[in-house]
Design a protein around this ligand. Structure first.
Ligand code: GLU
Length: 305
C-alpha cells in the first residue's frame, strides 16, 4: 500500500469487505486470523445409515447429497471466501458433522446462503434440507420449523466504534441509531424492550457493520458470537461492549413436520460432542475470536406435535 490513509478513513470509504480483504496485505499489520483448515476434524461418514421416515432424507438420497442453509458474512461462524466460494466457520463445521452422521460425505454437502429473514420460508419450501446459521430456538419459530439442538448458547450484545464513550449497554441506546438484521431476535428485542432506540434493519449484519464504520449508525446489535468475529477482524476500529443481555440457544432448523430428521440430528449433535469433534471444530473456528470452548449445552429432544 503506497499512500497512507488513516485506517479509519479508509474503512469509512471502503467498508468491511475491503477491510477484511486488505488487512492481510498491509505492511506491518497482523495477519487476519481465520479458520485453519489443517486443524479441522475430519468427520466419519456413517456407513449404511438410513432414515426412511424422513421425507427430507429420502429426497436427499435421490439427489445424492444434502443442502444446508447457512450465512456467508459472519466471521468464524459462516463465511464464504469470495474468490474460492469455499464456506468456513463453526456453523459450517456443524453442518458438515450433520451430513456425515446422515450418511452423506461432507465433501458433497451443498451450501446456500440464506438471510435471517428468509430461514423459515427456505425450510418450508424445500430450498434447503436443514439450516445452520446462528439460528435462535424460540416458541414463535417452532410454530413454523423444527429445531435440533441447541448446540451452542450465545447472548445479544452491542458492537460499537472503539472511540465510542456513551454506550455501555442497551439502556444507553435512547436516541441512538442501532442496526440489526431483519427477521432476527435481537432486532425484535430492541424494538420491544428499548423503544427509545432508533432501530435500523438490513438483510445482513455485515451491512450494519459498514454503516457503523461510516458513522451512519451508532451501534450494531446481535449475538456476541457474531459481533466478536467482526471486532476480531477490525480490532483498531471496533469493540464489543461485552455484557450479553439475552440467551440465544442455537438450533439446527429443519422442516416443521420432519420429526425423524430432527431427532436424528439431535443424536448426531450429541455424538459429535462426545467424540470431541465439537470442541475441535470450535477451537479451529469460533475459538479464534477470543473465547475458549464452553461446555456444549444439553440437547432438547422435544416431542412431536
Ligand atoms: N440468533 C439470532 C437470531 O436467530 C441473531 C442472529 C441471526 O440473525 O442469525 O435471530
Amino acid at each position: 500500500m503506497g499512500r497512507r490513509l488513516t485506517a479509519f478513513a479508509a474503512l469509512a470509504v471502503t467498508g468491511l469487505a475491503a477491510l477484511l480483504a486488505a488487512a492481510c496485505g498491509k505492511e506491518g499489520s497482523p495477519p487476519v486470523k481465520g479458520p485453519k483448515p489443517a486443524a479441522l476434524p475430519v468427520y466419519q461418514v456413517a456407513q449404511g445409515f438410513r432414515l426412511p421416515d424422513s421425507a427430507t432424507w429420502r429426497a436427499a438420497e435421490r439427489r445424492g447429497h444434502l443442502v444446508a442453509g447457512v450465512k456467508e458474512d459472519q466471521p468464524y461462524l459462516g463465511q464464504k471466501d469470495p474468490s474460492s466460494g469455499v464456506y468456513s466457520g463453526f456453523d459450517i463445521e456443524i453442518a458438515k458433522m450433520m451430513s456425515a452422521s446422515l450418511g452423506f460425505d461432507p465433501k458433497t454437502l451443498a451450501f446456500r446462503t440464506i438471510a435471517s429473514a428468509n430461514r423459515e420460508t427456505a425450510l418450508q419450501n424445500g430450498q434447503i434440507d436443514y439450516y445452520v446459521g446462528t439460528y435462535t430456538i424460540n416458541a414463535l419459530r417452532k410454530k413454523q420449523v423444527g429445531f435440533a439442538g441447541p448446540y451452542f448458547i450465545a447472548g445479544q450484545d452491542l458492537l460499537i466504534r472503539k472511540n465510542e464513550k456513551g454506550i455501555d449497554g442497551p439502556q444507553d441506546l435512547a436516541g441512538k441509531r442501532v442496526c440489526s438484521a431483519a427477521g432476527s431476535t435481537p432486532l425484535r428485542r430492541i424494538e420491544s424492550d428499548y423503544p427509545k432506540a432508533h432501530a435500523v434493519a438490513y438483510d445482513t449484519y455485515s451491512i450494519c457493520v459498514d454503516n457503523l464504520l461510516s458513522l451512519q449508525v451508532d451501534a450494531v446489535t446481535t449475538d456476541n458470537t457474531i459481533l466478536l468475529g467482526y471486532a476480531a477482524k477490525a480490532p483498531e476500529e471496533l469493540k464489543v461492549v461485552g455484557r450479553p443481555f439475552s440467551q440465544e440457544p442455537y438450533g439446527i432448523g429443519v422442516p416443521h413436520n420432519d420429526t425423524a430428521l430432527r431427532l436424528a440430528l439431535d443424536d448426531a449433535i450429541t455424538a459429535h460432542e462426545k467424540n470431541g469433534d465439537w470442541t475441535k471444530a470450535y477451537d479451529a473456528t469460533l475459538g479464534l475470536s477470543g473465547h475458549p470452548a464452553p461446555r456444549p449445552p444439553a440437547v432438547d429432544r422435544y416431542p412431536a406435535g
